[in-house]
Ligand binder design. Structure first.
Ligand SMILES: [Zn+2]
Length: 151
């Protein structure tokens, strides 16, 4: 039962994630996706994420895509997450109905700024509070309970 609950928690709070390597597998969601123009809001969020992470990059190098994913889950290479950053092409995929979800958009921005697919606690939890929705809501958290190793 404990394992079942843990699994459910993991599933329900599955974070935005990243595909760090090109492994020959498809590198785009199978769902319908379209490029979204970056709004002023995203420029603000990008700057905030630059500030908390201490990393700087040109947001115009990132392409944002909306994905037709009404349940908020985007499948990629057999894994489901709320959002994805794909190193190849520096692409970010977000559910169309979550384009205004700050923690999720900025979580993927942080991957793009760091150019890495893992979730170092220093940046994702301590500095930016973007590791998960739980960490976003409770900035006193020092570790992401669903991903304590920052993988
Ligand atoms: Zn992630």
């Amino acid at each position: 039962m404990r394992r079942f609950i843990a699994g459910m928690m993991l599933l329900s709070s599955t974070m935005g994630c990243a595909v760090p390597r090109a492994a020959g597998a498809p590198l785009a969601p199978v769902e319908r996706a379209w490029e979204v123009p970056t709004l002023e809001l995203y420029s603000d969020w990008w700057r905030k994420t630059e500030a908390c992470s201490g990393r700087k990059a040109d947001m115009s190098e990132v392409t944002f895509y909306a994905v037709d994913a009404p349940n908020g889950a985007i499948g990629l290479n057999g894994t489901v997450a709320h959002g994805w950053w794909v190193r190849q092409g520096n692409r970010i995929y977000l559910p169309a109905n979550a384009l205004g979800e700050e923690w999720l958009v900025r979580h993927e921005m942080l991957h793009a700024l760091l150019q890495r697919g893992s979730h170092p606690t220093r940046q994702f939890v301590d500095a930016c509070h973007l590791a998960s929705v739980d960490v976003w809501r409770d900035s006193t958290m020092r570790v992401d309970p669903t991903n304590p190793q920052g993988r």
